[in-house]
Design a protein around this ligand. Sequence first.
Ligand SMILES: Cc1cc2nc3c(=O)[nH]c(=O)nc-3n(C[C@H](O)[C@H](O)[C@H](O)COP(=O)(O)OP(=O)(O)OC[C@H]3O[C@@H](n4cnc5c(N)ncnc54)[C@H](O)[C@@H]3O)c2cc1C
Length: 564
Amino acid sequence: AIYERFDDLPTQDFNYIIVGGGTAGNVLANRLTEDSFVSVLLLEAGASTTDVLLSEVPFFCSRVVPGTPLDWNFTTTEQPGLKGRSVQLPRGFGLGGSSAVNGMVYTRGSSQDYDRYAYVSGDDAWGWDALQPYFRKNEHFVAPADDHNTTDQFNPAVHGFNGINLVSLPGYPRGTDKHVIQTTTELSDEFPFNLDHNSGYQLGVGWAPTTTGNGTRSSSQTSYLAPEYIERPNLHVLIHAHVTRILQSRKENIHGSPVFDAVEFTQDAGAPPSLKEIILSTGSIGTPHILLHSGIGDDAELATLGIPSTLHLPDVGKNLTDHPGWSIIFSVNSTETVDSVYLRNTTFQREALAEWLASKTGYLTGGLANQIGFLRIPEDTGVLEDEPCAGNETAHYELFFNGRFWGPVPETGNFFRILTVVLCPLSRGTVTINSTNPLDQPLINPNYLSHPQDVAIMQYAAASGQKFVTAPVWDGYILDSLTSTTVDDFRNGAHSLFHPVGTASMSPAGADWGVVDPDLKLKGAKGVRIVDASVMPFVPAGHTQASVYVIAERAADLIKPGGI
Ligand SMILES: Cc1cc2nc3c(=O)[nH]c(=O)nc-3n(C[C@H](O)[C@H](O)[C@H](O)COP(=O)(O)OP(=O)(O)OC[C@H]3O[C@@H](n4cnc5c(N)ncnc54)[C@H](O)[C@@H]3O)c2cc1C
C-alpha cells in the first residue's frame, strides 16, 4: 500500500529498502515483492502521480514539466557551450519519476549500444541478445488509441506483448504523416524507411511508439504499481520521504569494506534498517547527490566541504552525459498544424479534453511526434574525426518530426518543427555539491556542446533536417525556413533532451574507475546497489526510458536470492 507517514507503516522489518519510486525503482518494487516472503520499503520524495491530468493525458506531456509540482525543478550551471545559458533539466518528482512526466517516446537504441555496455563492463549479460527477455518482461504492446491498421508501422516479432508497461503506436494522425513517410521513398538513400527502430537495427525513418495504452500514459506507477501489485501485503510505499543520506550503523565488515545498512530521510523516523540491501534508484542526478552527501565520492573534493569520507570513489557524479537538442522550424502552407488546430483554438481544446475524459480517444491521445529518424553521418563527409557511437549501425543524430512551434506560439502562422539531437555526445559533465545540506540542489554541469565533434554533428543534423524537406512531397507545403544552421544559432537555442546518464557508471569488477560493478553493487562497499539511469556508462543512441526499464528488469533478477 501507499503510506504518507512512516509511523503508519504496519512493519519496520524490510529485506530491501528501495530509494526512489521512479522508472527503475517501481520495477524493482514490483519484481522483488513477487516473493511474498520478501518485504520491501520503497521511499519516494514526491507523491502519487496517478490521477494527475497533466501526467495522464499523452498530449499534455509538453506541459507536465518543467516548473510544476511534478518536477524537481533543476537547472544546469551556466553552460559555456550554450553561450553561458543555464537550461532547465526537469526530473520527475513523485511515483513514476521521470516516466510520469517524460515525452513517452519508446526507443531502445541500437543493439550495439548494449553490446558496448557488455564490453565496457566485462559482463556479456548486458549485451543486446542477453537482454531480450527483459525487454519483453517490460513491454506490453497494445493497439493504438484509434485502433488503426499498424501493419506497415512496426514489426511485431521484436516486441513484447505480455509485459507490464504499455507501449503503442501513435493514436491520432498528424497532418504531416504522409509527407514524412513519403520522404523515405523520395529521398531513400539519405532517409530510408525503417519498419521498426526497436529491432536492434535502428537506422532510418519510421513510426515512433510511445509508452501509452488505451489512450493514456503508461508510467512505472500506473504499470508496475498497478492496483494488483500495490495491494501486496509485503510492498510498502512511503511517499513524502526525501532521502538525504545512506548510513553505516556498523563500521565495516571483516574485509574492511564499509557496510551501508540504513537510510536517513526527511520524515523523522530514525534510520530504519535494511536487512539485505539498500537500492538507490534516484536517477542520474539524485543518486550521485545522495552518495556525495553520504561521504561517497572523491575524498579530496568532499574534504573541501568538510564532509567526512566514508568511501573514496572518485567517479561518483562524473561522466555526466546528456543529449543536446535543437529545433529547426519551418513556416508551412497549411492550417492542419498543431498550432492552428489546437494551440490557438480554445473551443477545440475544450472539445478534445471532453472527448479524452469520456472515452480516452481523440486528439489528446497523441504525443510529441508520430515519426522519428535515426541517422548516420557518412564517412566521406569528413565531419567526424572519430567514431563517437557504439558501432557502425548506431545513429549519430536523430530527427524528430513535430508539427508545431517550439515555445510560445506566435499569433499567426503555421509551423513544422524538426528537433535535431546529437545521439552520441563526447561532451562530459558532472553532478557535484557545494553545500553540506542534502536538501540544497546539486550543481549540474552537463557541459553541453563542449566537444567540437558534438558541435559538428549538431550542425550536420540541422542541415540534414533542412534537406529532408526538399523532397518533392513537401513542395507547396514548406513556405520558409525560419532557422539558420550556424553554430551561433544553435548555441543560443540548444537545450537538454532530458536524458542524463553515467554519473554512477558501471565498470568491470575490480576496475579502479566507475562506481558500480556489473552486478550494480556499489564498488568497495557492502549493502548498496544502484539501479537507474546513472549506471549507464554511455548514453544510448535513443531516448533513455526503455534502457532504464530493461536495466531494472535485469537488476531484479540479479538481486533476487540465487539471482542470475
Ligand atoms: C521531461 C522529460 C522528458 C523525457 N522524455 C523521454 C522520452 O520521450 N522517452 C524516453 O525514453 N525518455 C525520456 N526521458 C528520460 C527518461 O524518462 C529517464 O531516462 C528515465 O525515466 C530515468 O529513470 P530513472 O529511474 O533513472 O529516474 P527517475 O524515473 O527520474 O526516478 C527517480 C526517482 O527517485 C526519486 N528521488 C530522487 N531523489 C530522491 C531522494 N533524495 N529521496 C527520495 N526519492 C528521490 C524521484 O522523485 C523519482 O521518483 C525524459 C525525461 C524527462 C524528465
